[in-house]
Design a protein around this ligand. Structure first.
Ligand code: N2P
Length: 388
């Protein structure tokens, strides 16, 4: 009888224990940025706090990543899930302006976003992103000094550098046997390659290319200069097969285009049969200059899982992980510690890591403040005139 009572008590204790909130339940996100905890959490055990996954007891089961297309190795997300138990659900955007409009429309609760430089300025000014906790993102220490404390985040409070690159054009040299390193290859109205070109579908990049060809700054806000750039793009549109930032690499690989305004990594992977592309596609940084940019991970103010977001951001910047990712996407890494794990041939590729004399003719896109509306109007008018 006594024995039965003992069993009963043990059973009762087990039932009661099962009803208690578990330390492993992901319902509560760890406080970040100095906020007071809403609910006091039991201190995590050593087993729960790991270098790569942070405090496991505080991780959400999934996070939402809003990213450019083909801009993370899916294996990195799978590894993070296997190691840390967090599923990364990725959706893509095709321009910084789409990203901004999506966030402004609300309703989309992303944990991690990947804006470029000038859009970082906008998002901070609009109060749409949160300060990061670099006690969680300790791998910020791995970054090249040149890629941190940039003009768009001078005190390094909001961003984790992701990749950087340029926006030149690719040439299919099996068809375009004679070419120059000038934007005139893209803007000549009498080009023999009329109808076989693509341009990025991106207001600042595409208007920027026209502004540079005309000899203006990529950040020009003179309405007359923008009008000129618009008219140049309208004239060029007769020769443009597609305005496309996501499948422009596929277009040139398949031969549908032979000249394409394109970002470095896409050009690099498209230009080699070893990486799913085709040999003979050459990437050009025009003599007149082109955009240099840096994309960065950030956390929106209304992110549901900021702690887990920051653990993920940190995870991607361990040297081996960052190197694996850089080789997959084909872009230049800001992560200095990753470089010893990257194929030396890629590091030596001057299209990916341009030498100082080339860098001197590159321009950063900047937030143009109130002139955003001018750019928006000019771009909309151009798109209407180009019929796309
Ligand atoms: C990768 C997109 C690169 C983003 N497909 C350029 N800012």
């Amino acid at each position: 009888m006594k024995k039965n009572l003992l069993y009963l008590m043990v059973l009762l204790a087990l039932v009661l224990a099962a009803c208690q909130p578990s330390a492993a339940a992901p319902a509560t996100e760890a406080p970040t940025g100095g906020d007071e905890p809403v609910v006091a959490e039991p201190a995590a055990t050593d087993a729960e706090v790991s270098e790569r996954c942070g405090d496991k007891s505080q991780l959400a089961p999934e996070i939402f990543l809003y990213n450019w297309s083909e801009y993370i190795d899916p294996a990195v997300m799978e590894q993070f899930e296997a190691e840390c138990g967090v599923k990364v659900i990725e959706t893509n955007f095709d321009s910084n302006e789409t990203l901004l409009a999506t966030l402004q429309a609300g309703g989309a609760d992303y944990d991690v976003i990947v804006p470029s430089d000038y859009m970082v300025t906008t998002l901070i000014a609009e109060g749409m992103v949160m300060e990061l906790d670099y006690n969680v993102i300790t791998n910020i220490k791995n970054m090249e000094p040149l890629n941190v404390n940039q003009y768009f985040d001078p005190e390094q409070k909001y961003t984790v550098p992701w990749f950087w690159g340029t926006s030149g054009f690719s040439v299919d040299t099996s068809v375009v046997t004679e070419y120059t390193n000038s934007w005139s290859m893209m803007f000549d109205p009498n080009s023999p390659y009329c109808g076989k070109m693509s341009m990025l579908d991106d207001p600042r990049e595409t208007l920027g290319a026209a502004l540079m060809y005309l000899g203006y700054s990529i950040n020009d806000i003179d309405p007359a200069h923008l009008e000129e750039a618009k008219n140049l793009l309208i004239e060029q549109s007769a020769c443009v097969k597609a305005y496309d930032s996501q499948t422009n690499d596929d277009l040139i690989i398949s031969g549908e285009t032979v000249l394409g305004h394109i970002w470095t990594g896409d050009a690099l992977l498209a230009g080699s049969a070893d990486t799913g592309g085709r040999d003979g596609l050459v990437y050009v940084i025009p003599d007149e200059g082109c955009t240099i940019w840096q994309d960065n991970m950030m956390v929106p103010v209304n992110a549901p899982n900021p702690y887990t977001a920051m653990v993920f951001m940190n995870y991607t910047q361990f040297p081996e992980v960052a190197a694996q990712n850089a080789e997959f996407v084909g872009y230049a890494t800001p992560n200095a510690a990753a470089k010893e794990f990257i194929d030396p041939e890629m590091l030596a590729n001057e299209s990916v890591y341009p030498p100082a004399e080339v860098e001197a003719r590159l321009q950063w896109i900047e937030d143009v403040g109130d002139a955003y509306e001018l750019y928006d109007r000019i771009w909309t008018e151009f798109k209407a005139a180009a019929g796309s």
